[in-house]
Design a protein around this ligand. Structure first.
Ligand SMILES: [Zn+2]
Length: 186
């Protein structure tokens, strides 16, 4: 761990008007630093590491969907959590990715400071780059603590983002099929 991180948290506690030496807070800077490093561990990962050769030859050229991948991220504007689910689909062209890898790709990008739009795009482009898929679709639905706990305090607002690449972008039939399969079609 970057050894100055606990020291910075100690200063933050002081600036907030707290006494960092009182019993309940003595170990807080250390714990907070450790937690923050965990929440940002995606910086220590690479796509190559995550995929780790789990690409398999396949004749399947039908849409592969991984639904309801939980995600926990931190917004880069307020360092507050946003929490939601990702729906990821791709159309293979000879190579399929081990199932758990999609979830791990989502996690790698979510565990960095993010805005939801960029997170969505990074996941889609990573899946495309790894699989050379004919198309990739990613939809993320998330609730942002920076909206819910501060500012406008809109407790029930959910933010939706989507990125469609290749066939999902070019063919409305493919896009509709995907949206239907994830229960988002009108
Ligand atoms: Zn925010």
């Amino acid at each position: 761990m970057n050894s100055s991180l606990p020291q910075h948290y100690r200063e933050i506690l002081k600036d907030l008007g707290e006494d960092p030496d009182r019993e309940g807070l003595v170990d807080t800077p250390k714990r907070a630093a450790k937690a923050m490093q965990y929440l940002c561990h995606g910086y220590d990962q690479t796509l190559e590491q995550i995929v780790n050769g789990a690409l398999f030859a396949s004749d399947n050229d039908e849409m592969v969907i991984v639904k309801d991948i939980e995600l926990y991220s931190l917004c880069e504007h307020h360092l507050l959590p946003f929490i939601g689910k990702a729906q990821v689909a791709y159309i293979p062209t000879g190579k399929v990715l081990g199932l758990s890898k999609i979830a791990r790709i989502v996690d790698m990008f979510a565990r960095r400071l993010q805005i939801q739009e960029n997170l969505t795009r990074q996941i889609a482009e990573a899946v495309r780059d790894v699989t050379q898929a004919a198309g990739v679709a990613v939809v993320i639905e998330a609730q942002h603590m920076c909206m819910m706990m501060r500012g406008v305090e809109k407790q029930n607002s959910v933010m939706n983002t989507s990125v469609m690449l290749g066939a999902f972008r070019d063919s409305s039939t493919t896009r509709q099929e995907f949206l239907q399969l994830i229960g988002r079609s009108k």
